[in-house]
Design a protein around this ligand. Sequence first.
Ligand SMILES: C[S@@+](CC[C@H](N)C(=O)[O-])C[C@H]1O[C@@H](n2cnc3c(N)ncnc32)[C@H](O)[C@@H]1O
Length: 674
Amino acid sequence: MGHRAKNKQSAPKPLEGMPKPSAKKLGKRKAEVIDDKPSGRPTKRTKDQQIKSNVHSVNVKNDKTKQKKPKTDADAWEDIKDDIDIKAQTRSLFHGSDMDEEETFTGNLNDIEVDEDELLRGEVEEFDFDSDEVELPPQQFSSRIKKSKQAERPLKIIPNASDNSDSDEDSDDDPVTMANMETKSRALEARAAKEAQLDLDEIQAAAEMEDGDDFDMEDVEDDDENGEADGETFNLPTAEEREAERNAGGPDVHVVQRRMRECTRVLQKFKKRAEKGRSRAEYTSQLISDIASYYGYNEFLAEKLFLLFPVAEAIEFFEANEVPRPVTIRTNTLRTRRRDLAQVLINRGVNLEPIGKWTNVGLQVFESSVPIGATPEYLAGHYMLQAASSFLPVIALSPQPGERVLDMASAPGGKTTHIAALLQNTGVVFANDANKARTKSLSANVHRLGCKNVVVCSYDGREFPKVMGGFDRVLLDAPCSGTGVISKDSSVKVNKSERDFTLLAHLQKQLILCALDSVKPESKSGSYVVYSTCSVTVDENEAVVDYALRKRPNVHLVDTGIGFGVEGYTSYRGKVYDKSVKLTRRFYPHVHNMDGFFVAKFKVEKRSKKMLSGDKEQDNVGEETVTADRVDGDGEKVTFDDEEDKPYIEESKRRYLKSKGLRVPPRTAAVVKA
Ligand SMILES: C[S@@+](CC[C@H](N)C(=O)[O-])C[C@H]1O[C@@H](n2cnc3c(N)ncnc32)[C@H](O)[C@@H]1O
């Protein structure tokens, strides 16, 4: 069995209220673009169209004719709480960029020393950040979008046989006249749309076929196969042919498309469809290389992302990264109610609807005749422009009024302000970010949204809990590679190397231990830590979570409470993670029509003797907890070794004393050694 089959996840469950956007739908979107006909609701919008109606767009005319009222679905509004405190007064406004964007890691990765000892001692290193790195308003953001081959390709990813055949009906040979020009052009558009649809149907069908299959499909019955899906023979290029192709400046886009289709087809039923004498690795290598060139990735990242999914699903993932995600806003319940906000925005010419049943504050904006980032309501802090995926970690954190919360990496404050709203301006949120420049937009957002319970600070997260500890809940929305937000920032496609992932994972591991140590295990209402990233790689997600579970025997994973999402990997490419890691959740652009995201929720317990012997108290009724049978990366059960833990306990006591301003004893030899 191939290693990819081993790691294949079960089919993602359809999301209630947010149906899985199939490849078919993505195809439809394409078709609509070609068609350019006004439809009831624009489900597909190009990046340019979307950006036009997005934040800070000053050139959008107030064209009331554009206004499209959404059909009012009474049910969709039922989940709005009527008893929310409304504070509609407009406060003094802060100017500047306040877009909530997932910030991928911007520090100097060379500053992270990969030193396991250092990690455990938790000594904080100086960390350089590019002080100019502030979140960009969308116009600037769009200018960063790198054009891939996708931009110049025909409007379909994998063409079918009809692409190369001369169809009678298109009568391409007829001369183009003024009289037939429009008809001809419409016919061409319709054909392209139809073909795009057919191709994507094909991928979808392939994906469905693959569900339930082991990927090497040794025992799959094959009825109609002779290795030539479209009547034309496909020969996988040899190493020499590939070399010659490279020397000639790379393959033609149509050649790449055809090869992608053929390699996908072969890899799905390798034994039946592969050319004699050619290995699976050869097909995979060709496909990855073609994906990289077609979508504009470096080969390293193309492979890393490709390996996350079964073949056909991988193509869907790459394709979804070429499509912008929906524009969404989060109602600021400190200032207004969703229903009221929606009404005001509809009156201004914004076409919107509730995002789905899973959130009672989110609205999806389909079209707007006003700049959605510059309306009076926006400036008055009635809403935050925020990707739907960014709601998820805060839903998981579920802060309760009166609590003390740490948002460890918080700028520009999308999640901080959400937390403040859920706390109903009670308790306190310490909003920290190591990048001082970014705390400016964080403060601006905090003020604009009327959050009165937020303290902004700027420390390296690894200084916690030395700076301050004893929190009821901690959110670590970690700096990451941004492989989940490629549709927003395509520079990720080419600027990440293997070393970046190693260093980022190391930083994330350091931060997560500090986050866990900053929580008060005896909190009456909390003792939770949420770890999230806008990345889909396993190194930055499950591997970090598993590491934390191994290093902190007093913590365990609990259900995120989000209600949808794909289970985290419990094994991946030969590595075995704690089986409780399945409680973490992955979110994907091609499955959930959201940015790629990862969320894990930990419960922190007191370190008692009883727990150390594996018999933990079940004081968290109502939550699914998995505590026993922890397995480490080598497949061995992890036992808790008092001797081994001693230095960590001692170090944490030192931190505690220091945080209380008490005299700290010198480190013992055991601690220094650890
Ligand atoms: C994904 S962004 C956070 C987005 C934010 N939570 C929001 O919702 O608006 C990650 C943040 O981590 C910050 N960061 C990077 N390294 C850090 C460190 N060592 N300690 C604290 N923050 C750090 C970056 O400056 C960046 O703002």
